[in-house]
Design a protein around this ligand. Structure first.
Ligand SMILES: Nc1nc2c(ncn2[C@@H]2O[C@H](COP(=O)(O)OP(=O)(O)OP(=O)(O)O)[C@@H](O)[C@H]2O)c(=O)[nH]1
Ligand SMILES: [Mg+2]
Length: 304
């Protein structure tokens, strides 16, 4: 299993010596080191407004406070992390249906499988719906995961109606008494409008089986795409309101500060899980302390 510390090594190295110097105790906060820090934070994709606030907090503390720059920075960042202590898998409905959205290649299919594995490990009765009928390989990929994880997968033929597959999957989840159903969807269509129409149609189909479905819509965002991912999330949110976000590929990204950007720009939509690697156990609930340590702590990359 990949640790947060290891996964965040690329972002940590962007923050580099500017940050590492400032966060070690006893380092004087002067104008130059503040400037260096500002540049490093922006490179790591933290939102400019937050960066300005952080710099102000540090300046303020230098004049009046007695805590170290490390404490100030950590506290300021922590205040900007919105956390939910609710288990994302706890729903009032059973079966609860989670519609998984995201652009092509973001990690939807893999994330569906990882979520299924995690929920199953908690003792939940899980099913998967392969509603990416756009590509034959999409369905096949999820079916293979289903076999590996021993989780039933409802699928249709390539080119068949994705909404019909979604409906069938929810129907099967009811019939088999499943607790949770994750529905994988296509990320690519001929046009963006086509994709959104398809997703809205899928929601209508699910509601025919259960008026409360989908009980959650989680969007998978590739962390390495930074601001682009956020723009995509906004477009999806307009068509199918999102209830949670999953940030994949944090391990390959040097822009993990993007997480603050998401929380600032989409305050009502929590980041529920993060992908720290490709293996099934590498999708983990968001851990604020590990995240901040992974960004700010100086030290050996093999730690943790
Ligand atoms: N390193 C790393 N790789 C990941 C992570 N999540 C997904 N991947 C990889 O990203 C690639 C694409 O993942 P998929 O799950 O196929 O993406 P998708 O969104 O379903 O793609 P389409 O169905 O083509 O739209 C795969 O090689 C995954 O193993 C992660 O958190 N870390
Ligand atoms: Mg896929």
């Amino acid at each position: 299993m990949v640790s947060w510390f290891k996964a965040l090594s690329k972002t940590r190295s962007v923050l580099g010596s500017a940050l590492q110097g400032m966060v070690s105790d006893g380092v004087e906060v002067d104008e130059r080191s503040l400037e260096e820090l500002e540049v490093a934070l922006l490179k790591a994709d933290l939102p400019p407004r937050l960066v300005a606030e952080l710099v102000m907090d540090l300046e303020e503390n230098q004049l009046h406070g007695d805590s170290t720059p490390a404490d100030v920075l950590k506290e300021s960042l922590k205040r900007n992390l919105k956390l939910s202590d609710k288990d994302p898998f706890d729903f009032d409905h059973s079966p609860a249906c989670v519609l998984m959205l995201g652009v092509n290649g973001a990690g939807k299919t893999t994330t569906c499988a990882k979520l299924a594995w995690r929920a199953k490990k908690q003792g939940r009765n899980v099913m998967l719906g392969a509603a990416d009928t756009f590509r034959a390989a999409g369905t096949e990929q999820l079916r293979m995961w289903g076999e590996t994880l021993d989780v039933p997968v409802v699928s249709g033929r390539q080119g068949s109606d994705a909404s019909a597959v979604a409906y069938d999957a929810l129907d099967a989840a009811h019939a088999r008494g499943a607790d949770l159903l994750f529905i994988d969807t296509a990320g690519r269509m001929h046009t963006k409008d086509h994709l959104m129409d398809e997703l809205e149609k899928m929601v209508r189909a699910l509601k025919k089986r259960d008026e409360n479905a989908p009980h959650a819509t989680w969007m998978v965002l590739d962390a390495s795409l930074g601001q682009n991912s956020l723009n995509q999330a906004r477009i999806f949110h307009q068509s199918v309101p999102l209830s949670g976000l999953i940030l994949t590929k944090l391990d390959g990204s040097s822009r993990a500060g993007f997480l603050f950007n998401i929380q600032k720009e989409m305050p009502g939509v929590p980041v529920l899980f993060s992908g720290l690697g490709e293996a099934k156990e590498d999708l983990v609930p968001f851990d604020a302390k590990a995240f901040l340590d992974g960004l700010l702590k100086a030290g050996d990359d093999d730690e943790g």
